[in-house]
Design a protein around this ligand. Structure first.
Ligand SMILES: [Zn+2]
Length: 319
């Protein structure tokens, strides 16, 4: 139905949270031989943080416009943190590794599925308050993903499962063409190899601009990026530096198109990996929580571990 009101009078969210999940980035040493954040010198992040990227020696960074704080990702469980339990924890506020007694991934451990279904951030925001909050999962998915959903779909990562269980729309190549979704690789250059030569290839900066526009339309927006974890496992320096610099350009695009008075941007991860190319496995390092915009000084002190992310964001949007 067409709204009777002109667009500028329609009710839009007054505050927004944009959660950018970047798989497998921890806070590591300043050693450029190990840590691509220090060998590639990402210009946007360096500028945002006054030239002080976080390291194990300087874990907390505050600049005029941003805060970067360390989050514990070990969940109080021995062994190396994994994506399944880490992402389930990030998106629910429940300690998924404690629940199953181990770190597990990359897919969701079966007994965690009901936990994610019930406690995920989308669902908590839909249930909160007198009016349902608008949420978005900004990633675009190819046709073969929808085929997979129609099948047995046993293997699920936490973010997709959370969205699926909460009735959140999965965006398609049509959204990608209109700029109303963002490819998991930012540029969509891989889409020609997965059955979609029609997907427009854009720059990481343009992907950031598009994500900022999606965020303006919703109370809560999630975007997930995984190539950082892949690069960490491969221990390929050139690939690691490329994804670091692409993320940097992407974040610059987000930054330059979000209003810091109304939007809180939180960039975080599930476990360390990329920051230490001396090992192909994950690390027990803390993960960064980079915050800029609305209320970062209120949010940051409440964030100690990845288990805190969902409850803090839900409280903020409800407040
Ligand atoms: Zn991961």
């Amino acid at each position: 139905m067409q709204s009777a009101l002109p667009a500028q009078y329609q009710r839009k969210p007054q505050k927004h949270v944009l959660l950018i999940f970047i798989d497998g980035i921890g806070i590591g040493t300043i050693d450029p031989q190990r840590n691509p954040f220090f060998s590639s010198n990402p210009p946007f992040l360096n500028n945002l943080l006054d030239g002080r990227l976080p390291s194990l020696r300087n874990r907390f960074v505050e600049s005029a416009e941003a805060l970067c704080i360390p989050l514990n990702a070990t969940l109080g469980v021995q062994g190396l943190p994994q994506s399944g339990t880490g992402q389930a924890t990030l998106y629910t506020g429940m300690n998924a590794a404690r629940i199953i007694g181990q770190h597990f991934g990359p897919y969701l451990y079966s007994t965690l599925k009901p936990v994610v279904a019930e406690h995920n951030i989308f669902r908590r925001l839909h249930a909160a308050g007198p009016t349902k909050m608008s949420t978005a999962f900004a990633n675009a998915f190819p046709a073969r993903f929808f085929d997979y959903l129609e099948g047995h779909r046993k293997r699920m990562v936490a973010g997709i499962f959370a969205a699926l269980m909460s009735g959140v729309e999965f965006r398609t190549v049509e959204n990608l063409k209109r700029g109303t979704a963002v490819s998991a690789d930012l540029t969509a250059q891989r889409w020609k190899d997965i059955g979609h030569p029609e997907a427009p290839v854009i720059t990481p900066y343009e992907a950031g601009r598009n994500l900022a526009a999606i965020s303006r339309q919703n109370h809560f927006t999630l975007f997930e990026y995984f190539l950082t974890d892949k690069a960490g496992h491969e221990r390929n320096r050139s690939f690691a530096e490329t994804v670091t610099l692409e993320c940097d350009e992407f974040l610059r695009g987000v930054y330059e198109h979000t209003n810091p008075a109304s939007t809180l941007v939180l960039v975080t991860s599930d476990h360390g990996n990329l920051e230490d190319l001396s090992t192909k496995s994950h690390t027990r390092n803390p993960v960064p929580a980079l915050l800029w915009g609305n209320a970062r000084h209120i949010i940051a002190p409440r964030l100690k571990s990845i288990v805190d992310v969902t409850p803090v964001l839900v409280d903020f949007l409800n407040g």
